[in-house]
Design a protein around this ligand. Structure first.
Ligand code: NDP
Length: 282
């Protein structure tokens, strides 16, 4: 049981079961150092986005860590400002350049209904998706997926898509599981990636999780990440702190019981809530 474990996506690509998040990781020396540390410690799956404005730091870290490209799994996401087939291709070229790679393993549509295209989100998503399909067919992207999509967004996308999404990346942590979306994605054979798996820090003050940490002789983050894995999700913890980066990986050597899983699942509203993608102010 190690960090080398993978899930198989619906297009047969393998994806490491634990990723390394980079939202709010600075685009500077400190950010590069954190990502290099993660890669040297054994993380192989890095999650970034055009809107995080740190793709260059991810690229720099990839170069410095000197790990064979085929051992890495790099994800980026099409920003909310991007619209239209041609603009999406331009944005993907920019991501390829900034990351310094010949191909990107996974590209997601970041949000289904960005504020500025909210009146025509269906058209916007179908055109962005068409561009993703083009680069997928050319081998510049190995897998394509979505993020923050609810069932109605997915149903609409599938009307024009010729290649189905492999993944939906949504907010998933103890007490914040959108069961309807999770079940819908599973029916479509889509993997669920768990963003903000540590509730952006909110999990650390929850006594029930602290008690489980004591019981299993693990820390609160490890209990929460283990819950995510046992739910069949792919968690993407973010940390730029060396000790935390290291300890967040140590989640493959223990198992939560079914009743302890239920305690975590039932912490409704205690670790924060997902945003409604149809009303987010961005
Ligand atoms: P997380 O739930 O991963 O929490 C990150 C916070 O927890 C940071 O403040 C970090 O601090 C702290 N932390 C990490 N590990 C530990 C630990 N072991 N002990 C104590 N504190 C810890 O939040 P994110 O929102 O960053 O989500 C993770 C990733 O998911 C993102 O980085 C991004 O890649 C993705 N994401 C995707 C979204 C989407 O719309 N698709 C939206 C949000 C996130 P520090 O870094 O200082 O160590």
């Amino acid at each position: 049981m190690t960090i080398d474990q993978t899930y198989k996506l619906n297009n047969n690509i393998e994806i490491p079961k634990l990723g390394y998040g980079t939202f709010q990781t600075p685009d500077d020396k400190k950010g590069v150092e954190a990502i290099v540390n993660a890669l040297k410690l054994g993380y192989r799956h890095i999650d970034t986005a055009q809107s995080y404005r740190n793709e260059e730091s991810v690229g720099e870290a990839i170069k410095l860590a000197a790990i064979p490209r085929e051992s890495l799994f790099i994800t980026t996401k099409v920003a909310n400002a991007v619209n239209g087939y041609e603009n999406t291709l331009v944005s993907l070229d920019d991501s390829l350049n900034k990351l310094g790679v010949d191909y990107i393993d996974l590209v997601l549509i970041h949000w289904p209904s960005p504020q500025r295209f909210r009146e025509q989100w269906q058209l916007r998503n179908s055109e962005v998706w068409r561009a993703l399909e083009t680069y997928y067919k050319q081998g510049k992207i190995k897998a394509i997926g979505i993020s923050n999509f609810k069932p109605h967004h997915i149903t609409e996308l599938l009307k024009t898509a010729t290649i189905p999404p492999v993944i939906n990346q949504i907010r998933l942590c103890p007490g914040d599981v959108d069961t309807e979306t999770v079940n819908f994605c599973r029916q479509q054979n889509m993997l669920l990636e768990a963003y903000s798996p540590l509730g952006q820090g909110l999990i650390f003050d929850v006594p029930e999780i602290q008690a489980l940490a004591e019981k299993y002789n693990k820390n609160v983050a490890q209990i929460t990440l283990r819950w995510s894995l046992q739910m069949g999700f792919l968690p993407l913890p973010k940390s730029i702190t060396l000790e935390r980066i290291k300890s967040n990986m140590a989640v493959f050597d223990f198992q939560l019981t079914e009743s302890d899983m239920a305690i975590l699942t039932n912490l409704t509203g205690r670790c924060g809530d997902s945003k409604d993608p149809d009303t987010v102010p961005f």
